[in-house]
Write a protein that binds this ligand. Structure first.
Ligand code: FEO
Length: 391
């Protein structure tokens, strides 16, 4: 069992999960996920969140080891989602004198999930800016509603200048995964928190007033160096600004003819000097990654077959995901395919028009069954509009 110490008195007691099939019931996590939990050792011992029920046994072992025969005095509940809160019932039964720190909403949710004995006597309800001293440490609480769920709050430990950020700054992948932070943190951010950019902005404003040495999220690595890098990424992402110049080509193809057009588009863009191009098969590739790339780049080309007077469902699903996550401020090109009554373009446009500040390129390429020479010329035109702006 690898030991990770945050500081002398703050211990990591989280657990890596490498066998989960779908995180939060929908996301593939090829490198697993970590459920982070922390113990602050002091005159009063504080547990910062529990873990998923998949990790109960290992977590209790780690907790007991770090407690060294002492007992916890407080549990801080940053977030009630079961990947962090699943062990609250068991923990409160094991340590009947332990108090539970949360906000009004936390306790509404606790009562919905659990039946905790003498909860009224054990609960400590905190509000924005409240502090609790544990000896050498002082915890200060800041509300972060909808930085994933409405009860979310972050905790600033004033002495060691550590911000416990709940789901904020989280990342897919276990802690022993050797990979750069940005890619899986971005996929995590846009799929899990992406809808709540405004709320993340509010949290960043609060964090800007704090001197932070370490960020302790509930998933992924503890961040100790170069914190501006991570904060800047969160600032860009939560403002819905593109992070990179580049093009995502997302296609939904039934027999491969639309796919062929999408691949042709890759060649055209490469010839025109576009350096960053991502291509995704919406029926087969990871939808969460397609969403991530759509937010990452400033441009996107959609290529889809027509289907039942509409658009092939994988494309419809993708666009509805983007709409739900407040996709905005991007340039989009459309390629449709239809043998007798092409309807994909109109359907895609209708969904895109519900989003904010989406510029749709004037050339819509309509393929009749299979791309022909005329289509290739139109795709050249579309690429020009994409890169240089339409005439
Ligand atoms: Fe990691 Fe929103 O729970």
């Amino acid at each position: 069992m690898k030991e990770i110490n945050i500081t002398e008195q703050i211990k990591y007691i989280g657990v890596d999960d490498k066998t989960i099939d779908l995180f939060e019931g929908q996301y593939v996590v090829p490198n697993g996920i970590s459920y982070n939990s922390y113990l602050i050792k002091d005159e009063k011992n504080v547990i910062m969140d529990t873990v998923d029920k998949r990790a109960t046994e290992e977590w209790f072992k780690k907790l007991e080891k770090e407690l060294e025969n002492e007992k916890p005095d407080y549990l801080v509940v940053s977030h009630m989602e079961p990947d962090h809160a699943a062990n609250i019932q068991k923990l409160t039964e094991k340590y009947p004198n332990m108090k539970i720190i949360g906000n009004e909403k936390t306790f509404t949710f606790i009562q919905q999930f659990f039946d905790i004995q003498k909860l009224e006597e054990r609960k400590i309800v905190v509000k924005e800016g409240d502090t609790i001293s544990t000896g050498k440490h002082t915890l200060q609480f800041f509300m972060a509603p909808m930085v994933h769920w409405p009860e979310v709050m972050v905790t600033y430990e004033q002495t060691e200048k550590i911000l416990f950020t709940a789901d904020g700054f989280g990342k897919f992948g276990t802690l022993d995964t050797d990979e750069e932070w940005t890619c899986e943190a971005r996929r995590y951010y846009f799929n899990i928190v992406g809808k709540y950019g405004a709320q993340v902005q509010q949290l960043l404003k609060k964090a800007a007033n704090l001197e932070i040495k370490t960020i302790c999220p509930l998933h992924g690595p503890i961040l100790k160096e170069n914190l501006d890098f991570y904060i800047q990424k969160y600032d860009i992402w939560s403002k819905y600004e593109p992070e990179d110049e580049g093009v995502l080509i997302a296609y939904a193809s039934i027999y491969g003819n639309t796919k062929e057009a999408a691949q042709e588009m890759v060649s055209i863009l490469k010839e025109k000097g576009v350096e960053k191009i991502a291509i995704t098969d919406l029926a087969r590739d990871d939808m969460a990654e397609a969403i991530e790339d759509a937010f990452r780049y400033d441009k996107m080309i959609l290529a889809a077959s027509s289907y039942n007077m509409g658009v092939f469902p994988f494309m419809e699903q993708f666009l509805h995901h983007l709409q739900g996550k407040h996709f905005q401020n991007r340039k989009v090109g459309i390629i449709e395919n239809g043998t007798w009554a092409p309807s994909a373009g109109k359907c895609m446009k209708e969904i895109l028009e519900k989003m904010k500040n989406i510029e749709i390129c004037p050339t819509v390429v309509t393929i009749r069954s299979k791309m022909n020479e005329q289509n290739k010329k139109e795709m050249q035109q579309l690429a020009e509009e994409m890169i240089r702006g339409g005439e």
